[in-house]
Design a protein around this ligand. Structure first.
Ligand code: HEM
Length: 174
């Protein structure tokens, strides 16, 4: 996966827990304490997963807590810093989530070796969306955390529930 993901994870850890903890996390993931990642480099998926697992162990957080913290940070802090043009004009959680498939295609179309996740949409009613996450990486927990992050960004109380191995049901307020 692109280095941009791990860069966001690093910023999140350093802002909340400090540089020493980040170095401990790298070490516990089997990496050098001084490892750095550039935004466009290809970081092996296994390395990213090892870092995410190491965060959970080193900081004593459940995988769900890590996914929720990452989702909130990516959408409310990192996205506004790095990806503003992609959501210009979008004013609601419903609209942003509906555009996620298109946004991932656009954000990665000029980046060699990017394999963005794809999303499919099925509306069960005007305020109930089934969003299917399609990626061989199987990061459905992270996906769910990101959906919750979109709710936080727009201050919209969403109900988000995983209903199968790759689908979540999202209920938007009236
Ligand atoms: C402006 C907003 C966003 C941009 C520009 C963006 C862009 C990206 C990029 C560049 C990657 C790495 C792809 C690769 O290395 O091949 C990625 C991964 C990912 N994105 Fe986003 N993203 C955004 C918001 C979201 C949101 C809101 C969700 C969920 C609702 C989401 C779900 C994911 C997931 C689950 C991955 C991990 C890769 C995988 O599972 O295959 N993203 N995104």
């Amino acid at each position: 996966m692109k280095g941009v993901i791990i860069d966001a994870i690093k910023d999140l850890v350093i802002e909340n827990f400090g540089m020493d903890k980040w170095k401990d996390i790298l070490e516990n993931a089997g990496l050098d304490r001084t490892t750095t990642f550039s935004l466009r480099e290809d970081v092996p998926d296994e390395t990213i997963l090892a870092v995410v697992e190491s965060i959970s162990k080193t900081l004593n957080l459940s995988p769900e807590e890590v996914a929720d913290a990452f989702g909130e940070y990516w959408v409310t802090v990192y996205m506004p810093k790095v990806y503003k043009p992609y959501y210009r004009g979008i004013t609601s959680a419903k609209e942003l989530l509906s555009k996620m498939d298109e946004i991932h295609r656009k954000a990665t179309q000029n980046i060699p070796n990017a394999h963005p996740p794809r999303f499919e949409y099925r509306w069960e009613g005007p305020n109930t969306l089934i969003m299917k996450y399609k990626s061989p990486r199987g990061l459905v927990g992270i996906f769910t955390g990101l959906v919750k992050g979109v709710g936080k960004f727009f201050r919209t109380p969403l109900k988000v529930e995983q209903i199968s191995e790759n689908e979540v049901r999202i209920v938007f307020p009236e």
